[in-house]
Design a protein. Sequence first.
Length: 601
Amino acid sequence: MNRVVVLLAAMALLAVAVISDPPAFTSAAFTSGSSNVPSTVSASKDWTPPIVALAQPVSPVKDTVTITATASDAESGVASVSMSYQLVGASTWTQLCTVSASPYSCVFNTKLVADGTYDLRAVATDNAGYSTTSSSVRTTVANALSVVLTSPGDVVRGTVALATTLSNQGSTTYTVRVEYALAGSGNFKTLCNSLASPYTCSWNTTTFTNDYFDLRSVAVSGGSSVISATVIDVLVDNAAPSVALANPGSPLSGFVTFSTASTDAGSGVARVDMQYAPSGSSSFITFCSVTVSPYSCRFDTASLANGTYTFRSVATDAVGNTATSTAVANIVVDNTVSSVSLADPGAFLRGTVSLTANAAAGSGIVSVTIQRAPAGSSAWTTICAVTASPYGCTWDSATVSDGLYDFRAVLVDGAGKTTISAPVGNRQVDNTLLRGADIQALNGTGTAGRLDVGDILTYTFTDAVSLSTVSPGWNGSALAVSVRLQDGNILGAGSANDFVDIQRTGSQVNLGGVNLRSDFIKNNKTAVFAGTMIASTTTVNGVTVTVVRVTLGALASGGSLRTAAALVAMSWTPSALVTDQFGNTSSSAPVAETGTLDRDF
């Protein structure tokens, strides 16, 4: 009797557990088990959903097309496969058919739907009640004549091939003409006429002004015509960039900074290569390539044999136009004389900083002195003097006020000659407790290198901030904001320095601005996205810091977006209106994106 009571109590507890936490799929068939009369506990013979995949139909399709799926279930077997379709951008799926036995296929009568792009999917259900939805496949329904002019790209030069595709022309014979107009004018003129299949046209852009153009194709048969969608804002750019190499001086020794000025009003400067050749030679060798303004780099002339050289720069714009600077000739490289250079300690200095000099002298080195001065001044102060290699020391940057400083090294050689290095200028000393730490961009589900829905911009501070100073009344929870993208030309920074800032209707967002250091939007254009801003905290090196994430939503206004391909580091200039939780204001010193150079967004 006691054994029966114990068994009944255990069964009651099991029943309560099942009722309070039901399984995820309640339709599973329980078909095997063990019993101890009068109670029975059963176990499902199938806990695995079926496998299903939908075959990719041809595209475009017209009239009727057979849609086919494959499905399997190794345990209870497939009970049915249902297939459905949905117009891209719609929110409702429409069922095509339900098939209960293999082969799983049904006929899609495309004449019953409007022309457009559709997603198709299949849902398989097994005999235990589990179901699986396949990945969707996409096809275009085109029962009427479709005329498509393939975009030649955002920027073109030289002779460009323009291709037109006709779909569903049936037995009717068409000729095609390609037309152009100044962007936005609507005044279309014929570029190519009476094209027969395969409807290709060569566009010699060198006979056109460097400007933006709209393009379209027109299919003609008798007195009827069909016009393609317009390819807008195609920039013709056959103009080479301007480029000038600054004279580095002569003689050269040790590390030398080479600087180039380059601009391009069209597609923008993509790269500047700085080159050298021994005097009398035309075989130039690239020693530095820079993709982001300012176009400068440090070059160790000790890697060259002593002698006389010619230097030049070659600029290439985003569409491939190139220009070569005037050569800077008769530059002497002589590393047998005393030379000294200071290694760059970094753009932002805080706490203890390592300062290192490279020095060489045929007569020997007596001392190397490292000095600092307020940027642009001649008020040099000695940080340290070193008489033996390595020529360097550590410096407590907190002993000076925050601000911009220049640094240099002074060599005294064995002959008593003093040699002064080129200054490393405008380095920011910043020991303020709060400032920007990092800025990062992450691609969501859209196109890499293009701002679109789901992309995330992350701002990281060096301390915990008072969120109400970021935006009045904000506590860090999800807040609707606007993300504004502006072409760099609007702000006078050039087309390859587009900017993003965050705005809020009826109030302000004090996150400063982000220089994307690349070309994400067309010339003088602005685009505004809906967005959501949220804050959180994390611990970095034992310090609690604030992280603000802004997620892009749908495009609200503007357009003319570009897909950027450059691997660059963004620059964030924080707002001085933000404070930490003790009321200390944030530094507004620019912050460069950390990590390996990447293709943002």
